[in-house]
Ligand binder design. Structure first.
Ligand code: NAD
Length: 368
């Protein structure tokens, strides 16, 4: 069988710096585990604009459609802030998500024991936390029509429309149930069925999908505002949370911050299965291009490395190898190694991006 294929789009700012450390892990998988990937690289974001006048060329888009998974670093930076909206670096990212139809956004909130004191919540509330937010990513109020700012009498009115079709809800619900089966088999669906018709339909369709195909998974429903409270009160009650684009945007940021630094947070965006059965997929850290520290070798590469671990698990069905990477990260943190973003108020001596990558490789070697 051909090697699985990866397209690396490192992007701007700290993107290439953290991606260099992911490349070490990819090479390690080949040399130590005999798992080889066909890796190609291309430009996205500001660097693509500099080279081609567009944040994503058609040729790069076509490559992204062909590979088994895309690994993305980060895009953007102050240099590009004044560009026209149509060629801003973020448009490259949005085009990838849209044309690959990546409707299911997976945002884990996992608390490594060594960082439990980093959270704004008490240690016992977050220690050992491992939940997954599944956010619908391609529909809902960010895309619904009509939208705009209109004149009504002598004042302006801003309009956005929350719109979901049954099939859009069903496919993201299915993705959450499938995920739950690989985890602790529980899904909590969140909407506002008490005040929104789209929420009533959401609850109906999630229940139908559950009744039809996933009765073995435990399903509960919660209003999204109550969900936000429960996430801060006792987040460990959840396993998988599935919710729409807007609520998912808020709840996934809230859940992520339960666990500490932006430099630790991976994500996956998945679409429909391709001919080979693998989902269309893009993996990326949640953080941006961090222009304030770019080029200084200070960035934390863990979010990007954990995004690659998600690729191993969700694109290539290599859960054991993903767990090996996660265990190596846990080990270096337990050993007290910290990039600057992971130092608490008491300070300490940080290590740099490359040293953190090397420490993770050393910890991977210890798993053999
Ligand atoms: P950011 O995530 O880039 O940075 C926020 C803060 O977190 C900064 O202080 C930064 O130094 C720190 N930080 C982020 N990642 C880190 C890491 N791996 N290690 C250590 N520290 C880290 O968000 P921002 O400053 O609001 O945005 C900067 C640029 O990134 C903007 O152009 C924005 O549009 C873009 N952006 C891109 C993405 C993406 O590519 N997915 C996401 C968010 C923001």
């Amino acid at each position: 069988m051909a090697n699985p294929s990866l397209l690396i789009l490192a992007g701007d700012g700290i993107g290439p710096e953290v991606m260099d450390e992911v490349k070490k892990v990819i090479s390690w998988m080949g040399s130590a585990r005999g798992i080889h990937f066909d890796v190609s690289e291309d430009l996205v974001g500001g660097c693509a604009y500099d080279a081609h006048g567009t944040p994503l060329t058609d040729a790069t888009m076509a490559k992204a459609q062909e590979v088994d998974a895309v690994l993305l670093g980060a895009v953007g930076g102050p240099k590009y802030d004044k560009l026209d909206f149509s060629v801003k670096p973020e448009r490259g990212l949005l085009r990838l998500r849209k044309e690959m139809d990546l409707f299911s956004n997976l945002r884990p909130a996992q608390c490594f024991d060594a960082l439990a004191d980093f959270s704004s919540l008490k240690r016992d509330v977050v220690a050992g936390l491992d939940i997954m937010i599944v956010r619908e990513l391609t529909s809902g109020v960010y895309f619904g029509e009509p939208r705009g700012i209109f004149k009504e009498g002598n004042e302006r009115v801003g309009i956005n429309t929350q719109r979901y079709t049954e099939s859009e809800i069903a496919r993201v619900a299915k993705s959450a149930f499938e995920l739950a089966r690989r985890r602790n088999n529980k899904v909590c669906s969140m909407e506002k069925a008490n005040v929104m018709e789209s929420g009533i339909l959401w609850r109906d369709v999630v229940t139908e999908v559950h009744q039809r195909d996933y009765q073995d998974v435990e399903l509960s429903h919660m209003y999204a505002d109550a969900g936000a409270m429960q996430l801060t009160r006792w987040p460990k009650q959840f396993d998988v949370i599935v919710t729409d684009n807007l609520f998912g945007d808020l709840l996934s940021d809230l859940a992520a911050m339960l666990t500490g630094s932006l430099g630790m947070l991976p994500s996956a965006s998945l679409g429909a299965p391709m001919a080979n059965g693998r989902p269309k997929a893009m993996y990326e850290p949640v953080h941006g291009s961090a222009p304030d520290i770019a080029g200084q070798g200070k960035a934390n590469p863990i979010a990007c490395i954990l995004s690659f671990a998600m690729a191993l698990r969700y694109s290539f069905d290599m859960g054991d190898e993903a767990a090996r990477v996660e265990k190596a990260v846990e080990k270096v943190l337990a050993d007290g190694l910290r990039t600057a973003d992971l130092l608490g108020p008491e300070g300490g001596s940080p290590i740099g991006t490359a040293a953190m990558g090397d420490a993770i490789i050393a910890a991977l070697n210890e798993t053999l």
